[in-house]
Design a protein around this ligand. Structure first.
Ligand SMILES: [Zn+2]
Length: 646
């Protein structure tokens, strides 16, 4: 049956415009005094992913990535043994390397939540015992510092030793291992270490300071949520508040903005500095805003959000273009050959998730979707065993570097969380943010609600959701209408719901008394779009990118007579075609160049999985003269809006 598609353009335009504010919150402040902090995530164990897109990727991480990862953290395990007093052969780890071990452990924790495995759990328990043995009696835990005889939380080295970065990743791994297995030992170690940090900074002899690589802030808020202990939230807030006050001397000439220390929080207008640190810091700020319902924090989190997503993010969801200091640049500084570290993309996914918890806006999940389906998946090879540290928008013959400085286990831990990224809920409503086939059990006040999702997303825009409350009950189902979609149709139990009930947050909302066994069908039009970047993005001028649904496409020399120059014709007749034989099964885009030659584009995430060749996202289009109108706060928009010009 064909469903009539209803325009949602007006609503999306409003949403984009409304998210562009400065110090005040026009509209939102007047209409809603209550913050949306009651939104919670659905525990990962309550989401089963059973689709044709994500489920194979999760299995690859369980079956290939995790076994492959252990070899890269042997030095970290040696360091734990040395810190526990053993004599060990071989080099132990460096400053931040221990975080890689904890990121692998967090990946394993998610894997165990999804795929129980007694042997893998036994291996984890052995490492947890080594972590516990390496912990100092006062609770401090960073094997590198212990082995090097350095003082914990050395203020002279706070921008280099990564105490907080390492501890933050340990806390997150411990929380997830407890959630997956119910075993408390790792969480006990993490709490003891967090208590030591609390005494060190906020105890009677406490001194202000912070770790120059943000991460501990968000982990402490997670620990506060997991334990309900206020002191962890207090420490998270203090580590944020102490920045920008000249309290920590950099070890070298590094600018203070590098670790978000240039000015105090409330004076920060944009997200600056080392992109990974910056995005992790922003996530911590948003986390504190959610937990404390603190207006200043909400305001700054929104400033960070707007500066990043409206002016400093690639079409693929990457941030941090500069090689020097691995940093954010100026507004609209988005070079095609930029740096764009995988960890920054992973961090942006978490920042987007926290902004959704804070604001309940579909636009936050739009960014979450953009980064997960594009930059994050591009970072990790289809076979799950090699990675990219950088994710530029044009490249040539560069092999995957598989650089284990930091990114590989961050990518695997991010991908395995897909089921949790997909949903949010309050006591009386559920939010479906990502359309992932499978089953989700949501704990509502009326009782557990089961959602069964059937879809071929992202290749097809049709989503069927069977809504099965335990008993009849009143609650709302919120379906995200993606920002890329301007024609959507909704059916309830086979009957059209018209007009589309899209609210001012970008969700189609069905608030009613539900019976067991009701069915929603959502159909999102998914034409191939040629996308323009804002006129201020210099490297994209005269160029277009291809996008279909959430998937951004790229051109590879292998499919296009070697390239390097490709110029599309001005009259787009691009078509989508599913190719089960290609790259594990992907939808490609086919069309013709200005010279009449056939071209094929493949999903950006699948680039660089075959033989070496050129790769490009932005390509020339003959005679392209885009208008400077129709931007309204957008960073990217479809070319076809040009036709609406008077
Ligand atoms: Zn990294």
């Amino acid at each position: 049956m064909t469903i009539r598609l209803v325009s949602v353009n007006l609503v999306l335009t409003w949403t984009l415009a409304a998210s562009c504010f400065g110090d005040e919150l026009p509209g939102r402040a007047a209409s809603e005094t209550a913050l949306r902090s009651e939104i919670r995530l659905v525990p990962l164990k309550q989401v089963r992913v059973e689709d044709g897109f994500w489920a194979p990727k999760l299995r690859t991480i369980k079956q290939r990535t995790i076994p492959h990862s252990w070899q890269y953290v042997e030095g970290e395990i040696r360091a734990l043994r040395r810190a526990a007093g053993e004599t060990v052969e071989g080099e132990p780890n460096g400053t931040w390397g221990e975080a890689n071990l904890y990121k692998v452990m967090e990946t394993v924790a998610y894997a165990l939540a999804l795929f129980p495995d007694a042997e893998l759990e036994k291996r984890m328990d052995e490492i947890v015992a080594r972590v516990a043995a390496a912990q100092r009696p006062d609770g401090y835990m960073h094997a590198y510092v212990t082995n090097a005889g350095k003082p914990p939380w050395d203020p002279a080295f706070l921008d280099g030793s990564h105490d907080g970065y390492v501890l933050g990743h340990m806390i997150e791994a411990a929380i997830e291992y407890y959630a997956a297995t119910g075993k408390p030992q790792f969480l006990d170690v993490a709490r003891k270490a967090a208590d030591q940090a609390h005494r060190h900074f906020l105890g009677p002899q406490g001194k202000p300071g912070f770790c120059g690589h943000a991460e501990l802030e968000m982990a402490l808020v997670e620990l506060y949520r997991a334990t309900d202990q206020q002191r962890y939230l207090d420490l998270a807030r203090a580590l944020i508040e102490w920045r920008g006050r000249g309290l920590v001397a950099p070890a070298g000439p590094t600018p203070r903005a590098y670790f978000q220390d240039a000015v105090p929080l409330r004076n920060q207008r944009t997200l600056e500095g080392h992109a990974v640190r910056a995005v992790f810091f922003a996530t911590g700020v948003a986390d504190v805003a959610v937990a404390r319902r603190e207006r200043d924090y909400r305001l700054v989190a929104n400033r960070f959000w707007d500066s990043t997503t409206m002016r400093r993010m690639t079409i693929t969801g990457s941030v941090g273009p500069r090689r020097e200091h691995e940093a954010f640049g100026e507004d609209y500084e988005l070079p095609l050959d930029g740096y764009y570290e995988s960890c920054a993309a992973c961090g942006l996914a978490d920042f987007a998730q926290r902004m959704f918890l804070l604001e309940g806006r579909a636009e936050c999940a739009d960014v979450l979707e953009r980064v997960l389906y594009n930059a994050v998946l591009h970072g990790i090879a289809l076979d799950g065993t090699s990675t990219y540290y950088q994710n530029p928008l044009c490249d040539h013959d560069r092999p995957r570097d598989n650089c284990w400085v930091c990114c590989p286990p961050n990518l695997s831990r991010t991908v395995l969380q897909i089921g949790r990224y997909a949903y949010g809920h309050t006591e009386h409503e559920v939010f479906v943010n990502l359309y992932v086939g499978g089953r989700c059990t949501v704990p509502l006040a009326a009782g557990p609600l089961q959602l069964d999702v059937q879809t071929d997303y992202p290749w097809q825009g049709k989503v069927r959701i069977d809504v099965s409350p335990e008993k009849p009950g009143s609650f709302a189902v919120n379906l995200r209408i993606p920002g890329w979609c301007d024609r959507a149709a909704l059916q309830l139990n086979g009957r059209p719901v018209e007009p589309l009930p899209v609210n001012d947050r970008g969700y189609a909302r069905l608030d009613r008394i539900w019976q067991p066994g009701e069915t929603i069908t959502l159909e999102l039009a998914m034409p191939v779009e040629r996308i323009l970047a804002h006129p201020n993005v210099r490297d994209c001028q005269g160029r277009v990118a291809l996008q279909r649904g959430p998937i951004v496409y790229g051109f590879e020399g292998l499919d296009n007579q070697g390239l390097p120059r490709i110029e599309l014709g001005a009259d787009p007749r691009d078509v989508a075609e599913y190719r089960p034989d290609l790259l594990g099964g992907v939808t490609v885009v086919r069309g013709h160049t200005a010279d009449g030659q056939a071209f094929t584009a493949v999903p950006f995430f699948a680039l660089a999985n075959r033989d070496k060749s050129w790769q490009k996202v932005w390509v020339a289009q003959r005679g392209l003269k885009p208008s400077s109108a129709w931007w309204e706060g957008r960073l990217y928009r479809p070319l076809r809006l040009e036709r609406l010009q008077p």
